[in-house]
Design a protein around this ligand. Structure first.
Ligand SMILES: *[C@@H]1O[C@H](CO)[C@@H](O)[C@H](O)[C@H]1NC(C)=O
Ligand SMILES: *[C@@H]1O[C@H](CO)[C@@H](O)[C@H](O)[C@H]1NC(C)=O
Ligand SMILES: *[C@@H]1O[C@H](CO)[C@@H](O)[C@H](O)[C@H]1NC(C)=O
Ligand SMILES: *[C@@H]1O[C@H](CO)[C@@H](O)[C@H](O)[C@H]1NC(C)=O
Length: 433
């Protein structure tokens, strides 16, 4: 009896002991899972140096950061737009510093390399960092290792934390300008037509251009129309001026065009109702509406739920001139570049060849964009028929051997002739002449 009573006493003690162990273990595992994440550090107030360039190389790995953007469309994350080597970059860590205590929070970045790399080893990438629950950090740092001193890492301001209320209707995002770009006349004409059609902002990712182009850019910066994003990608990578690796086996295609376009979409997500993604030699030209605003409200009405509008590109060869001399303006002959008013013949469609598309997007609906379509979006894409609008693309011919009679005469661009000539002359007076 006594022995048994004592036995049950021991069993109870063992039970309590085991239970206590379980509690302790539970608490330990809970704490443990938090430990590598939240490490309060005394006297740390997030003092890492602010990254000052558009492109920042991350030490110890083959990754480059453009900019982080707050993105709570699906969950609370920081989306860092970057460029990575698609194989060599395996792990990246996001370091957040929560104010006012300087508490550090480290999370593993999900690295999403965009699928449209076109064979090049480097490509656009989104680094997705889950944010701490209990603070809204304004800065993030990226490292290849989860330990170290955050003060040694460059820190990046997380943009879009406080959305603005779409003060702008149309922003044009232009693909990187490179190769001592000097087509000044066509550039000024494109700018003036964009403005006539409704652009309030044009974003230029500038790698290189001629002295005279600099003057034109300065004019539009002072006017408030152009925002320049320096794009010194050639200091970091060997870039191709072609779009596919098989044409030119360098590190990255087309001066990092895809990364620039993605950055532009996020940069203007809460600033601009619509973003146009095209090259400077392209104009999305309405065929029946006077401007983009009226055209887009029509297109939105007919396509509820659409957020991406695709426009067919049509080549107007710069080698084929209008037969009349009316828009051969004498003073413009002194300005380097193409006079688009003289090019009103477009190449016909080819059998089995798709015309590439350019886009007007609602940036808030875009997750990842490519050049001619979006890769991932929260809205539908619609193809806009060419009786509504087309992309006027004035460049070298694609169908070189085509006789003039086979081209389609299309004088839509002439609709803007008088205001265009007047506006271009004003700009030339203040820049080139
Ligand atoms: C850039 O282009 C301009 C005009 O075409 C030319 O005068 C200049 O020499 C070029 N500069 C370089 C560095 O190639
Ligand atoms: C470009 O390639 C050359 C070798 O062809 C190499 O020496 C150079 O470091 C590379 N430049 C960059 C910026 O990667
Ligand atoms: C434009 O006019 C000038 C003379 O003012 C002439 O030399 C030139 O060939 C003309 N260009 C075209 C494309 O007609
Ligand atoms: C130039 O524009 C005016 C309207 O501003 C128009 O009346 C005229 O027909 C246009 N010229 C041509 C050649 O299309």
């Amino acid at each position: 009896m006594l022995c048994c009573k004592r036995k049950s006493y021991y069993v109870a003690a063992a039970c309590i002991f085991a239970f206590t162990l379980m509690i302790l273990y539970y608490l330990w595992t809970q704490g443990h899972s938090l430990l590598p994440n939240i490490t309060p550090q005394e006297g740390n107030f997030c003092r890492g140096e602010l990254a000052s360039n558009t492109i920042t190389a991350i030490k110890g790995t083959r990754a480059f950061i453009i900019a982080p953007y707050f993105d709570n469309r699906k969950s609370k994350i920081t989306r860092v737009i970057g460029i990575v080597h698609h194989e060599k970059v395996k792990d990246l860590f996001c370091w957040f510093c929560c104010q006012p205590d300087g508490e550090i929070y480290v999370s593993t970045a999900a690295i999403e390399v965009h699928s449209d790399r076109f064979g090049f080893p480097y490509g656009a990438a989104d680094l997705l960092c889950s944010e701490p629950q209990n603070c809204d950090p304004n800065f993030v740092s990226i490292s290849w290792e989860p330990k170290g001193n955050i003060d040694q890492l460059p820190r990046f301001e997380i943009k879009n934390r406080k959305p603005e209320t779409l003060p702008i209707e149309f922003t044009v995002c232009i693909s990187p300008m490179f190769g001592n770009y000097s087509n000044v006349l066509q550039f000024i004409q494109a700018m003036e037509i964009y403005k006539i059609l409704g652009a309030q902002k044009v974003i230029i990712y500038k790698n290189s251009c001629s002295q005279l182009m600099e003057k034109a850019l300065e004019f539009y910066i002072a006017e408030g129309t152009i925002e320049i994003i320096p794009w010194p990608i050639t200091s970091y990578l060997n870039v191709s001026s072609r779009w596919h690796f098989s044409m030119d086996s360098k590190d990255i295609g087309y001066y990092g065009q895809i990364t620039a376009l993605n950055d532009c979409v996020y940069r203007n997500m809460y600033k601009s109702k619509f973003v146009l993604l095209n090259d400077i030699d392209e104009i999305i030209l309405p065929m029946k509406h006077p401007d983009w605003k009226i055209m887009m409200s029509g297109l939105q009405e007919q396509n509820r739920g659409a957020g991406i509008f695709l426009f067919e590109s049509h080549v107007f060869p710069k080698t084929v001139y209008a037969s009349t001399d009316i828009f051969n303006i004498t003073s413009w002959n002194a300005v380097p570049g193409v006079n688009i008013l003289q090019h009103i013949h477009r190449e016909p469609n080819r059998k089995n060849v798709f015309n590439p598309k350019k886009m007007i997007v609602d940036p808030r609906k875009v997750v990842q964009t490519s050049v001619h379509s979006v890769l991932h979006a929260y809205a539908d894409s619609v193809n806009v028929p060419i009786d509504v609008a087309l992309v006027y693309h004035c460049r070298e011919p694609l169908q070189v051997k085509l006789p003039r009679e086979s081209l389609i005469r299309d004088t839509t661009i002439w609709r803007y002739n008088s205001s265009l000539i007047m506006n271009v002359n004003k700009v030339l007076q203040k820049t080139v002449f």
